[in-house]
Design a protein around this ligand. Sequence first.
Ligand SMILES: *Cc1c(COP(=O)(O)O)cnc(C)c1O
Length: 316
Amino acid sequence: MTSPATPDSPTPAPAPGPPPRLPSPLEEVGDRRFERYGVRLVLKRDDLIHPELIGNKWRKLTPNLEAAAGRPLVTFGGAYSNHLRATAAAGRLLGLPTLGVVRGQELADRPLNPSLARCAADGMRLHFVDRSTYRHKTDPGTLAAILRATGSEDAYVVPEGGSNALAVRGCVALGEELRDADGIDVAALACGTGGTLAGTAAGLGPGRRALGVPVLRGGFLDADVTALQKAAFGARRGTWSLDDRFHFGGYARTTPELDSFAEDFEQRHGLPVERLYVAKLLYGLVALAGEGAFPRGTTVAAVITGAPFPAAGAGT
Ligand SMILES: *Cc1c(COP(=O)(O)O)cnc(C)c1O
């Protein structure tokens, strides 16, 4: 565990903590499950950008931290949200108060799970709301009531998962990094709100495509990604598609098969596999390669959008 950094000036820097590692590294992986079909797999290690604003959270949050201009942050998430933890860490690094609105009133009476405990340890105030309120959190009346109830009327509101137009534009650079790396045909990533896909697809440029693997059930993501691209760019951008077959029952759901797949991938390639998103992406890519979905000679970049929590060996 790193100790809290003290900002050296009263003006919060837009990029907190150590300088980001950008462009994020690209790693070759030799994996027979792809090579057999003439497909080359590379890992785009966004998980190495920053030790605390991990992966796509750095790309999405930093433009919002700049826009917040030192105001307290309010944001939203479920009990295992990577976005809540990243926002809490950003608040600690920048010395900004943060409030997390958490889905599930019933959680208020239970001990905090490790993810929420991490948020609280980083100084995030947690405000639990029932599922119906949570569902309506973007309605102006509901949002105003939440802000009033928590004394957050002057706060900067970051939407659930951190996906807004600024975040989407922040992810364009991910697509551009892949465009500028030689020979990548497909950028594949796991999707929650779809903000990362929306931005990445826009940055890829012609001749390349983005493939999203939603980890939530419901088939709503096509519309959401389109709406995010319209908000960020005024229109749909780039070539992208979704494959809805690899959510394993929904957000934070898993199966013994997925668990053993992730463990095996870690052993083969020494990559710590984040379980909510990255495991489902990698599983989906192996399945797609096996189906012959990628023509021979295709290079697929799997974006490693995050790292496991708690970190392997962290002992918490
Ligand atoms: C938040 C997160 C995502 C989802 O990003 P969206 O922009 O919401 O689609 C994917 N992978 C990891 C590891 C994440 O933490």
